[in-house]
Write a protein that binds this ligand. Structure first.
Ligand code: FE2
Length: 386
């Protein structure tokens, strides 16, 4: 693991030296999925993941070509959008990629400046700065293309007091399953094509002012069969973290290659969501039918005290309980982290979720990569895609 950027402090401002502040980002605003049936997807994310009904737009709000359901859990907002007729361009996206993430929306002070600063540095425009208004005020949004057909939308909402965005109404429902303790988006990972990782690393550096703060090469991320490379990009205050993966050559097909084959382009591989109590969260998710990658072998859990070293003293969780739920543990110099990965949430082996609890560690579970990828490969073998 190589640290390429010196970290300065863990306060909210300026964590990474070298990051540029022409694009101040306040956080993730929302993540929008294009899906085949938003009503049913919304039911799934409510029932299985404990998201809450939040806002809606569609025929009843005067929108004729699409329906969007907004779901919320603590700071996380998901928007599930589906086309309402065959003319919508969303159909083309769905036919090519299946259900997946279209928009990673970023909360900014000034969406016009965000657009100007990024496009003058080479970003391809997706949406010119646009003011949207209703009786609750106004929102300015703009957007740029990133890898594949994924886009970043900049959302300026300082003059808005409505539920979500103009055009949406509050969505009240009598069906409100309990949240499972998901708090915020920790990171979102993009899979890009062969040999394209460094080009996208440069893009995030040059266009967005991000820094590369961790890198993993194929010597670190490999199993007997497959390999990948990954670089983690972060904005200056560390709130937005985008690891970028590319496949690497090995004896068999990498999970990144499998993703690219089925998504038919680069795209978002996983969304990592943070919890304060992973044991409780994962127990609830399992009880609600979420399927996780199968557990690593007994030897993995036997080895945890050695791997955690001095952090073992501060570990509050019982290893047996973690093992029962197949939760993974990793440590870095600053602490440890607990994580687990769902199986893909679509029939195409594409997007999945990670649940993560950070106990001081700022890494991404590099110590788990091998165990994790062997587990993914067993699933790939079942799909005939290894
Ligand atoms: Fe992750």
């Amino acid at each position: 693991m190589s640290k390429e950027v010196k970290s300065v402090d863990y306060g909210l401002e300026k964590i990474f030296e070298g990051a540029q502040d022409f694009l101040p980002l306040l956080g993730t605003d929302y993540v929008e999925f294009y899906v085949g049936n938003a009503k049913q997807s919304a039911h799934f994310y409510k029932t299985a993941f404990g998201f809450q009904s939040f806002a809606y737009s569609g025929l009843e709000t005067g929108v004729r070509d699409r329906a969007s359901y907004v779901l919320k859990q603590d700071k996380i907002r998901l928007v599930l959008t589906t086309p309402l007729n065959s003319n919508s361009l969303i159909n083309k996206h769905l036919a090519k990629h299946g259900d997946g993430v279209k928009v990673i929306a970023l909360w900014v002070e000034d969406a016009t400046s965000a657009f100007e600063e990024t496009t003058k540095r080479g970003a391809k425009p997706f949406m010119q700065p646009t003011v949207e208004k209703d009786e609750h005020g106004e929102v300015v949004r703009s957007g740029i293309h990133t890898y594949g057909e994924t886009v970043h939308i900049f959302v300026e909402r300082k003059n808005y007091h409505g539920t979500f965005l103009p055009g949406y109404k509050p969505w009240k429902s009598n069906y409100n399953p309990e949240p499972v303790g998901l708090k915020y988006i920790d990171h979102m990972v993009g899979n890009v094509g062969w040999g394209e990782m460094n080009q996208w690393v440069k893009w995030y550096e040059n266009v967005m002012g991000f820094v590369n703060f961790l890198s993993f090469d194929d010597k670190q991320i490999h199993t007997e069969y497959s390999a990948l490379m990954s670089k983690v990009m972060s904005n200056g205050n560390g709130r937005i973290k985008f690891p970028i993966n590319e496949p690497a050559k090995a004896a068999k097909k990498s999970q990144i290659e499998e993703y690219l084959d089925f998504y038919e382009s680069p795209g978002v591989q996983h969304i990592a969501v943070a919890t304060d109590d992973i044991i409780k969260t994962v127990a609830q998710l399992k009880a609600r039918g979420i399927e996780f990658l199968p557990p690593p072998p007994q030897a993995y859990y036997d080895d945890i005290p050695r791997r955690l070293g001095t952090h073992m003293k501060m570990m509050k969780e019982d290893i047996n309980e973690l093992q029962k739920l197949s939760i993974l543990v990793d440590a870095d110099e600053e602490g440890y982290l607990l994580q687990i990965f769902t199986k893909p949430l679509e029939d195409r082996p594409t997007l999945f979720f990670e649940i993560i609890q950070r106990m001081g560690a700022r890494g991404f579970g590099a110590g788990n990569f091998k165990a994790l990828f062997e587990s993914i490969e067993r699933e790939q073998a079942l799909r005939g895609t290894l």
